[in-house]
Design a protein around this ligand. Structure first.
Ligand code: FAD
Length: 316
C-alpha cells in the first residue's frame, strides 16, 4: 500500500533524511512491479531503497516514491541459495550457517539487503558478492521484462556492477553459490570477521565507508604519486590505496560540521551524532574531496549514494 509523507530517517543507517512524498515497502516481484507501475502511471520519480545502509537522504525530503525492497524469501537448493532482493544479509548468513554452506561469512556485520549488496558488489576482507553470484534477475523498466544476468554479464568490479550504471535495472533476486562446509567452522569464521570489524568499530549512525578506495588509473599516475609520496608505497595493493589512509593524512579524523563527525577511529566513516542534517555530511564530503585533491592531486569518489539531491537522482 502506498503511504504518503513518510519520514525516511528510520529507513537508513545514517538516521538522516526528510519525508518521502510517497513510500511503499515491497518484497515480492509482484509488489515491486506494482510500485513501479504506480510511479509510472502517476508520473512521479522513484527511488529503490534496500536497507538504507549506503545512502545519504536529503533532509529536505524526496518529492517522489521511495520503493523500499525488504523481506522476501531465500530458498536453499544443494549448495545454492536463491534469495529475493529484500532478504537481509544477516538472515542469509544465518540460513547458510544452518545449512552448512560456507562462502558468505565475510559479510557478517554488513547491515544490507541482497539487492543492495549485489548492486554495489559489497565486499570485505578481499571477498565480494561477485564471488557467489550465479545469476541476477532484474526487472528492466524500459522493456518491462524480467531479464537474467549471469555473473559474467553483471560487470562486477570494485563496488561496481552493471546495475549501478543502469538505473532502469531493478534487482529482484539472485542465485548465490556456496561451498559445503560445517556449521562449527562457519561460526568460527563469522566470529573472526565480527571481531575484526569490532576493532575498527565506529560509534554513531553511519553508512559505512563514505568514499571508495582510490584505484590508480594507470602506471604513470601511480609512479607520479609515489615520486611525491614514497612512504605510501606500502599502502598500495592491487594498484589501489585505501582512501581512509589519505583522509587520515589530511587530519580529517574528528572533523565536525553541525552534528556530523568524521569518526576518530576510521577517517572514511562519517557519523551522525543524532541531529545531523544531510548538508552537514555533504559539507564534510566536499572538504574531504578538496583537501585530498590539494594534497595528493587525486579525485576521490563517493561510495554512498545520494537520494533527494536533484542532479543525482538517477532512477527517475
Ligand atoms: C556499519 C556498516 C558497515 C558496512 N560495511 C560494509 C562492508 O564491509 N563492505 C561494503 O561493501 N559495504 C559496507 N557497508 C555499506 C552498505 O552496507 C553496503 O553498501 C550495502 O551493500 C548496501 O545495501 P543496502 O541494502 O543497505 O542498500 P541501500 O543503502 O538501501 O541502497 C544502496 C544503493 O543500492 C540501490 N539498490 C538497493 N536495492 C536495490 C535493488 N533491489 N535493485 C536496484 N538497486 C538497488 C539503491 O538504489 C542505492 O543506490 C556498511 C555499512 C554500514 C552501515
Amino acid at each position: 500500500m502506498i503511504k504518503r509523507n513518510i519520514c525516511l530517517k528510520k529507513y537508513n543507517t545514517f538516521r538522516i533524511g526528510g519525508r518521502a512524498k510517497y513510500f511503499v515497502e515491497a518484497s515480492t516481484i509482484e509488489e515491486i512491479k506494482e510500485a513501479i507501475n504506480y510511479a509510472k502511471k502517476n508520473s512521479v520519480p522513484f527511488f529503490i531503497l534496500g536497507n538504507g545502509s549506503n545512502v545519504l537522504i536529503n533532509s529536505n525530503g524526496y518529492p517522489g516514491l521511495v520503493i523500499r525492497i525488504v523481506g522476501g524469501e531465500a530458498v536453499v537448493s544443494g549448495t545454492s541459495v536463491v534469495a529475493d532482493a529484500g532478504v537481509f544479509l544477516p538472515a542469509l548468513i544465518a540460513l547458510c550457517t544452518k545449512n552448512n554452506l560456507s562462502g558468505i561469512e565475510w559479510a557478517s556485520g554488513i547491515p544490507a539487503t541482497v539487492g543492495g549488496s549485489v548492486y554495489g558488489n559489497a565486499g570485505c576482507f578481499g571477498k565480494a558478492m561477485q564471488d557467489s553470484v550465479v545469476w541476477v534477475d532484474v526487472i528492466n523498466i524500459k522493456t518491462k521484462k524480467i531479464e537474467r544476468y549471469k555473473n559474467e554479464e553483471c560487470k562486477f568490479g570494485y563496488r561496481e556492477s552493471i546495475f549501478k550504471n543502469n538505473p532502469h535495472l531493478i534487482i529482484l533476486r539472485a542465485k548465490l553459490k556456496f561451498k559445503k562446509g560445517n556449521s562449527v567452522n562457519i561460526k568460527e569464521e563469522i566470529k573472526k570477521c565480527l571481531d575484526l570489524r569490532r576493532k575498527k568499530q565506529v560509534v554513531g549512525f553511519s553508512a559505512g565507508s563514505v568514499f571508495k578506495n582510490y584505484e590508480f588509473k594507470n602506471i604513470r599516475e601511480k609512479k607520479e604519486f609515489l615520486k611525491k609520496f614514497p612512504d605510501l608505497e606500502k599502502n598500495i595493493s592491487n594498484n589501489t590505496i585505501a582512501t581512509g589512509i589519505l583522509l587520515d593524512l589530511i587530519n580529517l579524523k574528528g572533523l565536525k560540521v553541525g552534528d556530523a563527525t568524521v569518526s576518530p577511529n576510521h577517517a572514511n566513516f562519517i557519523t551522525n551524532n543524532g541531529k545531523a542534517h544531510s548538508q552537514d555530511v555533504l559539507d564534510i564530503i566536499n572538504i574531504a574531496k578538496k583537501k585530498v585533491k590539494q594534497k595528493f592531486g587525486i579525485v576521490i569518489e563517493e561510495e554512498i549514494r545520494l537520494l533527494g539531491f536533484e542532479t543525482l537522482d538517477k532512477k527517475e
